[in-house]
Design a protein. Structure first.
Length: 274
């Protein structure tokens, strides 16, 4: 069937099909179908009396004839042209939907929608009337569904984006947790720090950052070495005693680490991996 609620009949105005245009515009049921079995009937052959090739023209009137005695399909519906030549039959899916309504007396006016090229399945017909109602209703439902697809796709894309964002956040959180655990393990291992030369003043925050511990730890180690590090003390002289205190602290197992600093290191490594 066409992808529209009303078939495009431009160019059919002066054909038999042209008389159906007002009814179709009013919402008359219709269906467009291939014509099956063209190769087994008169379609494309020569008329024995006239010698003319049996090729219905665009918009020509066709006739649907029930064939309940057909041994292959009790719903069979033959397609006839000029009441003299059977050119094929409705495909099984269309015949199944239309046959019962035809048997009940429902109208089904048929026309050539595409005359084809003489090959099998090339001719298409349009059926107009109440007998087309089942397939017409299904077609209109598909048209309505396709009309909502942009909105449906937009909603689906939003759901997928939110799901992807949540997954990325979870993956990042797991990665940070693993890296943080690794950093904590490594920081608990004794190590020899590379300290500034004894005698040159150093920045308190630089020492804390270099050794990955807090400013308060720097102050505590400095105090043991006889150096007072107050709130507003920014630079201290790394004496031999201060140097020794720091090295001793780095060699000793540490059960408590600067959690904020550890988390920060974990995040920095995690971002570097992304």
């Amino acid at each position: 069937m066409s992808d529209d609620a009303v078939p495009d009949l431009r160019g059919y105005e002066d054909t038999d099909l042209g008389v159906e245009i007002p009814a179709l515009n009013r919402g008359e049921a219709w269906l467009v179908s291939e014509c099956a079995g063209l190769q087994f009937y008169a379609y494309g052959r020569r008329d024995d009396l006239t010698g003319e090739r049996i090729m219905p023209r665009l918009g020509d009137r066709l006739h649907l004839v029930r064939d309940p005695e057909n041994p292959h399909d009790a719903n069979a519906i033959g397609v006839w042209w000029r009441n003299a030549h059977q050119i094929g039959h409705l495909p099984r899916y269309a015949a199944t939907a239309v046959a019962l309504l035809l048997d009940a007396g429902a109208a089904a006016r048929a026309y050539v929608y595409d005359e084809g090229d003489g090959e099998a399945w090339s001719l298409r017909l349009i059926v107009v009337g109440p007998a087309a109602e089942p397939l017409y209703a299904a077609h209109i439902e598909r048209v309505a569904y396709r009309a909502t697809l942009p909105v449906r796709n937009e909603k689906r894309d939003r759901r997928l984006r939110r799901r992807a964002e949540r997954f990325a956040e979870q993956l990042q959180a797991h990665r940070r947790a693993r890296i943080t655990a690794a950093v904590e393990t490594l920081m608990a291992v004794p190590f020899e720090p590379a300290l500034p030369q004894v005698g040159a003043e150093v920045d308190v925050d630089d020492v804390a950052a270099m050794l990955a511990f807090s400013r308060s730890t720097v102050a505590r180690l400095a105090k043991r070495a006889g150096i007072n590090v107050g709130r507003y003390t920014w630079r201290v002289p790394p004496s031999a005693e201060f140097d020794a205190e720091i090295r001793a602290w780095c060699r000793a197992p540490r059960s408590k680490l600067d959690r904020d600093r550890v988390s920060q290191i974990g995040c920095e490594v995690s971002y570097a991996w992304d």
